[in-house]
Design a protein around this ligand. Structure first.
Ligand code: UD1
Ligand code: UDP
Length: 363
């Protein structure tokens, strides 16, 4: 079978790494990188560290408004799909690269297979929600990581071609953990030790584009840094807004806060596994906190992974208000008091999602 995999953003490179390895045992895979993420620390480093094949095509689309970015991707993907004539187009997650590839393929009557189908946040103001709902509805094969995702798909009438595979991010977490042990130098460089720091990431549009939210997050981080160190690998979108709102320098000058460039997957695994607690608005990192059996404080009004909240390992601190959703006292209180007290359920499968996806694709 000839499969075209379309990738574009950091979490997609991670999700595809082991599926791609597995696919290539039996099938022909062509990788198209849309170029949505282009900085080395958001793109190239993942291909190197996870030993992924170099993309066959890189469209170099780059950053733009949603419509222009997605539209440009569709135009270029359509041409390549016509040229390469794949049997199936494989997409991951919920980015603009995902929806662009799915739409371009379905209109050429090429079946779309969607890895990480089914999470729902039930809010159309979230760009990723639009991307994942539309992609699910135009896909022929839906690889859903958790039972909750299946319930969501069923509620929307999506019952055909749905496969429970477990989560490919758990595959990666388990597979790359040993390799990551060689990267513990980052802990020495930052002068941090196991459990003596918080790990934080922020990049959701609702947090970066609303000044009050980003301001409250920064104030909470500065307040917390009086009690504990905080490591904050900063996404370029966030860096841009921190500077625009005049918040960057205050964070940079706070002694216990390590404001660092985004790191590669292996160093991120080291930082995650050794953290005391995790603060994030990233869907992927919420799952990784769960894999690492660490308390997660979600800097959002809703989690894409409510299973982790229900299981007692994740707390959502945002409030459902029109504009400002995050308040520093809620973040600080959660860090001080939130402690998971339940044994974990087996929510995300057994680390064999990549194999299951490849087996299902072939059937
Ligand atoms: C995108 C995805 C989001 C995913 C995230 C993973 C969409 C709508 N959003 O968000 O779902 O969680 O990737 O990290 O697809 N930039 C750079 N260098 C880069 C890439 C981006 O400087 O290599 C800056 C640019 O200023 C750009 C901004 O970051 O405008 C946002 O990039 P974009 O890809 O549009 O969205 P993300 O926030 O990265
Ligand atoms: N990640 C990384 N380096 C960083 C920050 C995050 O490798 O500096 C990894 C993280 O461990 C997870 C993935 O990127 O595997 C999550 O991607 P991101 O937060 O960009 O997107 P989301 O999951 O929210 O879509």
């Amino acid at each position: 079978m000839k499969i075209i995999t379309v990738l574009g953003a950091r979490p997609q490179f991670i999700k595809a790494a082991l599926v791609s390895r597995e696919l290539r045992k039996k099938h022909t895979e062509i990788i198209i990188h849309t170029g949505q993420h282009y900085n080395h620390e958001l793109s190239g480093i993942f291909f190197e560290e996870m030993k992924m094949p170099i993309p066959d095509y890189n469209l170099g689309i780059g950053s733009d408004t949603h419509a222009r970015q997605t539209g440009q991707m569709m135009i270029e993907l359509e041409a390549l799909f016509l040229k390469e004539k794949p049997d199936v187009v494989l997409v991951y997650g919920d980015t603009n690269s995902t929806i662009a590839a799915a739409l371009a393929a379905v209109k050429l009557h090429i079946p779309v297979a969607h890895v990480e189908a089914g999470p729902r946040m039930n809010d159309k103001a979230i760009p990723e929600e639009v991307n994942r709902v539309v992609t699910d509805h135009i896909s022929s094969m839906l690889f859903r990581p958790t039972p909750v995702c299946m319930d969501n798909l069923h509620r929307e009438g999506l019952t055909q071609g749905v496969y429970l595979t477990g989560d490919v991010m758990l595959d990666c977490f388990l597979h790359f953990s040993k390799e990551a042990e060689k990267r513990t130098g980052i802990m020495d460089n930052l002068a941090i030790e196991q459990s003596d720091y918080l790990l934080a990431t922020v990049h959701r549009a609702s947090n970066t584009n609303t000044e009050e939210n980003l301001r409250e997050i920064c104030k909470a981080f500065i307040e917390l840094s009086k009690e504990i160190k905080l490591v904050f690998p900063v996404h370029p979108r966030t860096e841009k807004y921190l500077k625009q709102y005049g918040l960057y320098q205050a964070l940079k000058n706070t002694p216990n806060i390590h404001l660092i460039k985004p790191v590669g997957y292996l160093e991120m695994l080291v930082l995650t596994k050794n953290a005391g607690k995790i603060l994030t608005d990233s869907g992927g990192l919420q799952k990784e906190a769960y894999f690492a059996k660490l308390p997660c404080i979600t800097l959002d009004t809703v989690s894409a992974w409510p299973e982790t909240v229900e299981d007692g390992w994740n707390i959502v601190v945002g409030e459902e208000t029109v504009r400002q959703q995050l308040r520093r006292e809620n973040i600080i209180n959660a860090v001080r008091s939130f402690e998971p007290n339940k044994k974990q359920q087996n929510i995300f499968g057994n680390g064999k999602a990549a194999e299951k996806i490849c087996d299902s694709l072939a059937c």
